[in-house]
Design a protein. Structure first.
Length: 225
């Protein structure tokens, strides 16, 4: 459990940089900072175990002031998940239509994996909050449906791009290929070690090679003799 000392951490990692970068992308307001901190705290402690006083101490507010921003813990949870999704999808999809169609899937993969790699702690906390079991337990039904629909919409966008590279009637369906590609992008947040012998760019290159192999579109250097 994190303590109430006001130092933002998740899974033992300091997330001060993530707090600043994500909140700045959303406008840099106190409301944004509260939401990003809430993502980490809800994921770490669980919805039932987080109290508003603890969250207030993390962002330098008194508990009564926090209620000026969010009337309830449920409203805060919904806002935190919405904030996480907005930042994630914005990072990946902003300007993506300007990328030539034949390159677009690989740019989406690079951005998706890059977000998970460069914001490891926040990305892992986001994953915890959008887990379907968590949503069923703690989210209002309408909010759970909305978030599920947004995730499905993103998967459909990626599947449409996968269809440019994989035959629609192939041995493996475009849906399965899409899920495999998105899964490897998500998992980079768990296996990549920033203190290891692989740079961020090398890790992203690995994801790109794996994606091409799944599409049967490996570059010459990656193909077997």
């Amino acid at each position: 459990m994190p303590n109430d000392r006001g130092i933002p951490q998740y899974m033992g990692e300091n997330i001060e940089k993530d707090l600043e970068e994500v909140s700045l992308r959303a406008g840099g307001t106190m409301r944004n900072r509260i939401l990003v901190a809430a993502i980490a705290l809800f994921a770490e402690r669980g919805y039932e175990n987080l109290n508003m006083r603890t969250l207030a101490s993390w962002v330098g507010l008194k508990a009564p002031t926090l209620y000026n921003y969010f009337p309830s813990k449920e409203a805060l949870l919904v806002g935190a998940i919405d904030q996480g999704m907005n930042d994630f999808f914005g990072y990946i999809l902003d300007g993506i239509e300007a990328i030539p169609r034949e390159q677009r899937l690989f740019e989406v993969v690079r951005r998706h994996a890059g977000y998970k790699l460069r914001h490891r702690a926040i990305a892992r906390a986001n994953d915890r909050l959008i887990d379907p079991q968590f949503a069923r337990m703690f989210l209002p039904e309408e909010a759970a449906r909305d978030f599920s629909s947004r995730m499905a919409g993103y998967r459909h966008q990626v599947e449409d791009l996968v269809g440019d590279h994989v035959p629609r009637n192939g041995a493996v369906s475009t849906k399965v290929v899409t899920l495999a590609i998105l899964s490897q992008c998500d998992r980079i947040a768990y296996w990549y070690n920033p203190n290891g012998d692989m740079t961020e760019e090398q890790a992203l290159d690995q994801i790109k090679i794996l994606t091409r192999r799944m599409l049967h579109d490996s570059p010459p250097e990656a193909r077997p003799d």
